[in-house]
Design a binder for this molecule. Sequence first.
Ligand SMILES: Cc1cc2nc3c(=O)[nH]c(=O)nc-3n(C[C@H](O)[C@H](O)[C@H](O)COP(=O)(O)O)c2cc1C
Length: 166
Amino acid sequence: MTAPTVLSPHDTTQFRSVLGHVPTSVAIVTAMSRGGPVGVTVGSFSSVSLDPPLVNFFIDRSSRTWPRLNESSTFTVNVLGAGHGHLCRAFSRRGVDRFDGVAWQPSEAGNPVLEDAMVALDCTRYKIDLLGDHIQVVGRVDAMQIRTAGLPLVFHRGDFLQFGAA
Ligand SMILES: Cc1cc2nc3c(=O)[nH]c(=O)nc-3n(C[C@H](O)[C@H](O)[C@H](O)COP(=O)(O)O)c2cc1C
C-alpha cells in the first residue's frame, strides 16, 4: 500500500484538491428575478428531509447571482444528465447571458425549467443560514418531475466523469 498524501485543511488549494476527489451531481438553480431569468451551477445540491420534503444547496457569499435568486421566494433545481456539461459551464460563467441559446419553460412557480434537465424540483425557500463563506439554502419541494431517464452528469476532480460502456 502506498503512503497516503496528508494535506492541510487550512490551505484552500489543498482543501479544494481533496474535496475535488468527492464526486458531485451538477444542478442549475434557477429563479425569475425582476430583471428576468437567473441561474447558477451548483455541485452542492442534496436532499435533506423526507417529511417535510426538503432539499438544499450552498451558494458562495460572494455570488453575484445570489442576490437576484434571493429576490424570489421560490427556486427550481434543474439536475443535469450526462452529456450536458456545456450547461454546467455556461451557468458558471460570469459576464455572459447564461440563458443564451438555452431552451426552457416556466415551472408552476414561474421559474425556468431547462429543457435538457434530467430532474426538476420546484421549491419554496424554507430556511437560509450563513455557514462560513457560504449560504445554506434549504427549500421545501412543492412539485417535481423526472424529465429524462439516463446517466447523471458527475463532476469529479475538475472534470466530468466519463462513463464507460457497461
Ligand atoms: C461543477 C461546478 C459546481 C459548482 N458548485 C457551486 C456551488 O455549489 N456553490 C457555489 O456558490 N458555486 C458553485 N460553482 C460556481 C458557480 O457556478 C459560479 O461560477 C460562481 O458562483 C460565480 O458566478 P456568480 O457570481 O453568478 O454566482 C460551481 C461551478 C461548477 C463548474
